[in-house]
Ligand binder design. Structure first.
Ligand SMILES: Cc1cc2nc3c(=O)[nH]c(=O)nc-3n(C[C@H](O)[C@H](O)[C@H](O)COP(=O)(O)O)c2cc1C
Ligand code: SF4
Length: 471
């Protein structure tokens, strides 16, 4: 990969790369000028030919998605997904902070192609710096005639608005995002209808990720064949890989799709920290599952991750876990996240994520049984949009780490359960406490999954918790 020339991050090291002046001096907005002189459908076709797949998580072909818009539509809306809520993922933030005009150019061309005259950029709430940079860049682009009315004399109008997110993981799911944008609770909608038919404000809507749209100007400028010359079959183009966790250097690096986790760790992230070895790695955000140490050579692309039974490439955010880390702790943190983030609409997800959390918490506290592993694995097999029991993919993302961790590290779980077996009276107390949502383990950082509020001082052992109705 030594001769790979960065595409999306090519301006990042240039001083003031976020300004219009620098962007234009590097050839910026030339692709937009070329595109706005073309027929919109011709741009859709180029993007289709490039086989650009969405970078937001699902990897759905971008050009194909654009063709789902009704032919006779009167109005189209564009929602750009910058919620970036998948843990350990930070490439969208960098794309906006370091080169906002590349992003605006991507929005402009994509809106022209899909005939959308309004674009909403839904930005993660915590990204205050990205929000400020984006607001400034929109104003600059507008003043220079790249946005607004009759852009480049083409007759095409476009306004771009930034909308700050609601601080929940579920607002990254495209229909949760739309509900949130409309000012409601971010509850995903049942599909169909898909957003292309009925999306924001019930109008045909395109939802795309920030990185997906940043690829578009380069495809228009250099052609579909150029784009397909990068990467591996069925996974074309450049990709921003985030690497964090137990590595010497946390990085976001741009490479052709298809590099392996091992290459990311060894060549780009300075190796595993403290001279240790990797026990495993999360391949693309925690919802994608877990790779064991002997699976680290798997190419990180849209297809290859099926072989080690991961959910997919996701956001291509790799988190490395060193060999001194307990796999029980990994799963505890993961299940805690999903129990907290489930929106609660679907019973299997609401209850399932809560049960995962309670069970792994009991295992971690010394109250585990070997059969708990089978129960958790069985639950994980039946939870999510893939088995068809939930509205959205959050539940699949919650289930996959459970399935992978138990299947790939069962020996470690069993050893842990045996070695940490607490006395029987303590186990009964733990089961009671956890079942009633009362914390006796000092973990007060998160509200109970259900049950009464925590009135028990950290560290206290409680044999029977008060029921809300027992007062
Ligand atoms: C629980 C959940 C969270 C998601 N979070 C994000 C997110 O933060 N950013 C994102 O772009 N896509 C996210 N997605 C995927 C979106 O639903 C959608 O597929 C994506 O924004 C489409 O853009 P793309 O086709 O360009 O990838 C999430 C999906 C789920 C199920
Ligand atoms: S799967 Fe979970 S997060 Fe998604 S809609 Fe259902 S309850 Fe909400």
């Amino acid at each position: 990969m030594a001769d790979f020339e960065p595409v999306l991050s090519r301006n990042w090291n240039i001083p003031d790369s976020h300004t219009l002046k620098v962007y234009e001096s590097r050839g910026g907005y030339q692709a937009a000028k070329k595109a706005l002189a073309m027929d919109p459908d011709a741009i859709v076709n180029i993007v289709k030919e490039s086989e650009l797949r969405g970078r937001g998580g699902a990897g759905f072909p971008c050009g194909l998605k654009w063709t789902f818009l009704p032919k006779d539509r009167k109005e189209t809306l564009m929602c750009v997904n910058g919620d970036e809520s998948e843990p350990a993922t930070f490439n969208n933030r960098l794309l906006i902070e370091k080169d906002p005009h590349q992003f605006i150019e991507g929005i402009l061309i994509s809106c022209f192609a899909t005939k959308a005259s309004t674009a909403y950029v839904y930005l993660r709430f915590e990204y205050i710096e990205a929000y400020r940079i984006m607001e400034r860049a929109i104003a600059e682009a507008r003043a220079a005639g790249h946005l607004g009315k009759n852009i480049y004399g083409s007759g095409f109008d476009l306004e771009v608005y930034c909308h700050r997110g609601a601080g929940a993981y579920i607002c990254g799911e495209e229909t949760g995002l739309i509900e949130s944008l409309e000012g409601k609770r971010g509850w995903p909608r049942i599909k169909p209808p898909f957003p292309a038919i009925e999306g924001a404000f019930r109008k045909p809507t395109v939802v795309n990720n920030v990185e997906t749209l940043c690829c578009v100007p380069h495809i228009v400028e250099r052609g579909a064949a150029w784009f397909k010359s990068i990467g591996v079959p069925k996974s074309y183009g450049p990709k921003l890989y985030c690497v964090s966790g137990h590595v010497n250097k946390q990085v976001c690096v741009e490479l052709p799709l298809g590099v392996s986790t091992r290459e990311l760790i060894d060549r780009h992230a300075g190796g595993v920290w403290k001279g240790r070895k990797a026990k495993g790695a999360v391949p693309g955000g925690i919802s994608m599952g877990l790779l064991s140490a002997d699976e680290l050579d798997t190419p990180l692309d849209f297809e290859s991750l099926r072989k080690p039974n991961c959910l997919g490439l996701g956001t291509a955010a790799v988190t490395v876990i060193d060999d001194k880390t307990s796999i029980v702790d990994y799963l505890y943190n993961t299940c805690r996240f999903f129990a907290h983030e489930s929106c609660g609409q679907c019973t299997p997800c609401r209850e399932g994520t809560g049960w995962f959390y309670k069970m792994i918490k009991r295992i971690r506290s010394g109250g585990g049984r070997i059969e708990d592993l089978d129960i958790m694995h069985h639950m994980a097999e039946n939870l999510g949009i893939i088995p068809g029991t939930t509205i959205c993919g959050l539940a699949d993302g919650a289930a996959w780490p459970v399935k992978n961790a138990i299947a790939k590290f069962r020996g470690e779980f069993e050893d842990y359960i045996r070695q940490h077996q607490a006395p029987k009276a303590r186990i009964t107390a733990l089961q009671e406490n956890i079942a009633h949502g009362v914390r006796a383990d000092g973990d007060t950082s998160m509200p109970a999954v259900d049950g009464p509020p925590n009135l028990i001082p950290p560290g206290a052992v409680v044999l029977r918790s008060p029921r809300p109705d027992s007062a």
